[in-house]
Design a protein around this ligand. Structure first.
Ligand SMILES: Nc1nc2c(c(=O)[nH]1)N[C@H]1C(S)=C(S)[C@@H](COP(=O)(O)OP(=O)(O)OC[C@H]3O[C@@H](n4cnc5c(=O)[nH]c(N)nc54)[C@H](O)[C@@H]3O)O[C@H]1N2
Ligand SMILES: Nc1nc2c(c(=O)[nH]1)N[C@H]1C(S)=C(S)[C@@H](COP(=O)(O)OP(=O)(O)OC[C@H]3O[C@@H](n4cnc5c(=O)[nH]c(N)nc54)[C@H](O)[C@@H]3O)O[C@H]1N2
Ligand code: SF4
Ligand SMILES: [Mo]
Length: 744
């Protein structure tokens, strides 16, 4: 049996592009950390939570006697990490040591995109930002300044924007990530999945991963719980066109034809209903629309799905049986990055429905009911009421979008005859929009129409190259931040405080936002003297304090109610129009969408082209870690997975460098090495997202590997909520850059 240790190890070593040297370096790093026999209790340690990804594991930063950072480890009290960081979190210290970091405020000289900057003082830079914001507010209204954020700084800049009068605040974690899932689960259960996901993986008996690859997707607590579940004998079923790390741990691997998952899900629902394998009591008591659902799926047999998905009917039946045997301790995983083909909200509705009929929502081993402790806001005057929102740029569109769309704000920046005003200013904090939003040409067109682009970042990433003003933030290891309050089985708070003073002339976002507020006449919204005072005040409202949190790092609170799971003896009122779990969604019907999902075919790759599939590598987070000195030692470029049949047909050898060209004629800027492997279907190729950087100031990762984003020029927008489907792009191979095509 695979133990948890093995699984974690496997996850660490399965790196697609990891070289032998990289492996050795990683092992050396691990050994040094293990062997180092300094007694931690004698060392200066400070609490933090990790910013390398958004799982936000809480940990301890240890310093050596000379004041340098020695290592970061997980806080054993923290439910997100249970005392262990993933390789990326451990390597997070590289963000602090990276000598390519932004070091001072910069102001652009010359044309936008020309990359001529001069060093500026903080006063100069902040004055310029405030002037630009005021000018836009006077000429067009404050709503014409938008904030794009991802990460902790968003709290402070978000607060500033609301005080300024703009509701146009968006993170790419919605329309480019989990938005469709939240919309689908809200419509079905009246609640979203949230982050960390409410999946009760540690007690599950059957986990179905459908395009969610835990083990390469290193969201820590989930990976650990999956290992525990495997240890306890849970069945793992992985549906993925690629043989992922998780597929290697699975009883069933279903190498589905890409873009056909909805057909598989509907046929599973068909089998489970027709065989009478659903949770009858739960369905009778808690759901709405079961008879309509039964009727709807009558023709969606495994034989029907076979023709679409290439998954054999007996496998569809056997896997449905496995789920039903485990019910209600079964999880059809809701995924996280789910913006694939444009019908994503409907696919996630099918996932929600399948969970519902198996009775897993609110049940042990299925989905638990999380609890969160919210901290009160520091007193401030009421926010002004905005006159317009981003929605007006898209009349009648995306009716079920619950949050602003990063892609929507970008589109609303490009002037259109149908709109009387476009967005004129962007503040971009902690998101590399050039690599994050699909269709780079569109993003750059939007940027060219701006009066003001301010970028707050730690690194000279692609987006900073377009900025008018660059504000260098210090890393998470050098600052206080908003207290972490995310949901879990029991509410927990986690503190981040500076382990070391900021290097160079860098500052925290909290300080920048307060300084800008002063310049904009909005001081009353930032009435706290110092960030320490703000955090201490907030913590004291819930019976803790800054001093206590500095000592313990993580504090666990009791649940408000004893309702981690539903009590079968009680009736529940769900937050939907019928008060029931809606198998038939009135909300979708009222908005003009299929109330029960239907399968519609998607475009196929043209001859000689392959579907571009992308995902996560265990040692990196998007594009933010590709220059990290510790993590480049493990993996310093991405590679292209190609099926051996395809490689043979094209004469491509393992390790050979090739360029990619997509269906719209866009060619990759850099070559990517081939990894010839049976682990990918013949109709697709695969690469890890976040490489192929073209900013020379990133000295370690410039030109290493290829950018998936560059190749994603066709976007399939989800009409339900505006998510940007990015997996409908096709590539072919070139043996020389831009010039000669190898084969037509
Ligand atoms: N092509 C493609 N596009 C994708 C995805 C994909 O797989 N492929 N994935 C999508 C998903 S799921 C998501 S969630 C998004 C993620 O989108 P992003 O969060 O935009 O991803 P990153 O590329 O990591 O960009 C993060 C930026 O924040 C900066 N940064 C890091 N730490 C700090 C800090 O402490 N302060 C500040 N101010 N800046 C900091 C980094 O230097 C970097 O410029 O991308 C989405 N877009
Ligand atoms: N190491 C690491 N871990 C991370 C992150 C990171 O950057 N690095 N980012 C975090 C974030 S914000 C997110 S959103 C999550 C994302 O993590 P996931 O939600 O797991 O999504 P992806 O990484 O995009 O991987 C999706 C999987 O879908 C498969 N796939 C592609 N097309 C299809 C299809 O048509 N059908 C099916 N069934 N499968 C398909 C791909 O082969 C891949 O294995 O990861 C999180 N965890
Ligand atoms: S999963 Fe890894 S990178 Fe993400 S927060 Fe936790 S330790 Fe950091
Ligand atoms: Mo994401």
């Amino acid at each position: 049996m695979t133990s948890r240790r093995d699984f974690i190890k496997i996850a660490g070593v399965s790196l697609g592009g990891m070289t032998a040297g990289g492996k050795a370096a990683y092992q050396a790093m691990a050994n040094t950390l293990e062997k180092n026999s300094l007694d931690p209790t004698l060392l200066n340690r400070t609490p933090t939570y990790c910013e390398v990804c958004f799982w936000k594991c809480a940990g301890w930063v240890y310093k050596k006697p000379d004041g340098d950072i020695w290592k970061i480890t997980g806080n054993p009290d923290d439910y997100n990490c249970n005392g262990r960081f993933c390789p990326r979190g451990t390597g997070g210290v590289g963000m602090y040591y990276d000598e390519d970091r932004l070091q001072t405020p910069l102001i652009r000289e010359g044309k936008r995109g020309s990359q001529y900057y001069r060093k500026a003082t903080w006063d100069e830079a902040l004055d310029k930002v405030a002037e630009g914001m005021k000018k836009i507010a006077q000429e067009h209204g404050p709503e014409c300044v938008a904030l794009f954020n991802h990460g902790s700084g968003g709290t402070y800049f978000g607060h500033l924007m609301k005080a300024f009068g703009s509701p146009n605040i968006a993170a790419p974690s919605y329309a480019q990530c989990r938005g469709p899932r939240e919309v689908a689960f809200l419509a079905t259960f009246g609640e979203g999945v949230e982050s960390p996901e409410r999946t009760d993986i540690r007690d599950t008996r059957c986990l179905v991963l459908i395009g969610s690859h835990l083990g390469e997707n290193m969201h820590n607590g989930q990976v650990q719980e999956m290992s525990d579940a495997i240890d306890k004998g849970a069945t793992i079923i992985t549906v993925d066109p690629r043989f992922s790390t998780a597929a290697g741990k699975s009883k069933f691997w279903l190498p589905i034809k890409p873009a056909t998952d909805l057909a598989l899900l509907l046929s599973w629902i068909h089998v489970i209903i027709n065989e009478g394998w659903y949770d009858k009591d739960y369905v009778d008591k808690n759901t709405f629309g079961f008879d309509l659902l039964r009727e709807h799926v009558q023709n969606m047999t495994p034989e029907w799905a076979y023709g679409i998905t290439t998954i054999a009917p007996h496998i569809i039946r056997e896997t449905a049986r496995e789920m039903a045997n485990a019910s209600p301790a079964v999880i059809i995983h809701p995924g996280r990055h789910v913006t694939w083909y444009g019908d994503d909200s409907q696919r996630l509705r099918a996932v929600a429905i399948l969970n519902a009929i198996l009775g897993s929502w609110g049940r042990r081993g299925g989905y638990y009911n999380p609890d969160t402790l919210k901290l009160p806001e520091y007193p401030h005057p009421p926010f002004p009421t905005p006159q317009r929102t981003w929605r007006e740029a898209f009349p009648g569109k995306y009716p079920l979008a619950g949050l602003a769309l990063a892609s929507g704000l970008c589109d609303a920046t490009i002037p259109a005859l149908t709109r009387n005003c476009s967005i004129k200013g962007w503040i971009v904090d902690g998101t590399n929009l050039i690599e994050t939003l699909p269709n780079q040409k569109n993003t750059i067109e939007a940027i060219q129409n701006l009066d003001l682009l301010v970028v707050v970042d730690t690194m000279p990433m692609e987006i900073t190259g377009w900025a008018d003003v660059i504000l260098p933030e210090c890393t998470y290891l050098e600052r206080y931040d908003t207290v972490r309050t995310g949901p879990h089985r029991q509410p927990q708070l986690a503190l981040r405080m500076p382990a070391v003073a900021p290097r160079y002339d860098t500052k925290p976002a909290s300080w920048m936002a307060k300084e800008l507020a002063k310049r904009l006449g909005l001081e009353a919204y930032f009435a706290w003297e110092s960030i320490e005072e703000l955090i201490d005040w907030q913590l004291k409202q819930v019976g803790s304090s800054l001093a206590e949190m500095q000592r313990i790092g993580v504090k666990t609170f009791p649940r408000k109610y004893d309702d981690l799971y539903f009590n079968p003896a009680e009736s529940y009122e769900f937050n939907t129009s019928t008060g029931k779990i809606e198998l038939y969604s009135n909300e979708f019907a009222n908005a003009g969408f299929d109330p029960i999902p239907n399968y519609t075919p998607h475009e196929e790759p043209p001859p000689g082209f392959y579907r571009l599939n992308y995902g996560r590598g265990p040692a990196h987070t998007f594009s933010r870690t590709s220059n990290n000195p510790n993590l480049t030692d493990i993996m310093d470029e991405n590679v292209l997975w190609i099926n051996p049949k395809v490689a043979q047909e094209w004469g491509i050898k393992p390790g050979q460098e090739i360029w990619l060209k997509n269906q719209d004629g866009v060619v990759s800027q850099f070559p990517i090495k081939a990894r010839v492997t049976e682990r990918i279907r013949w109709d697709s190729v695969y690469m890890v997202h976040g490489f192929g950087h073209d900013d020379k100031r990133l000295t370690r990762c410039y030109g290493k590997g290829a950018s998936d984003t560059r190749m994603i020029t066709k976007v399939h927008i989800d009409p339900v909520m505006g998510g940007t489907g990015m997996r409908g792009n096709f590539v072919t191979f070139l043996f020389e850059p831009e010039t000669m095509e190898a084969k037509s």
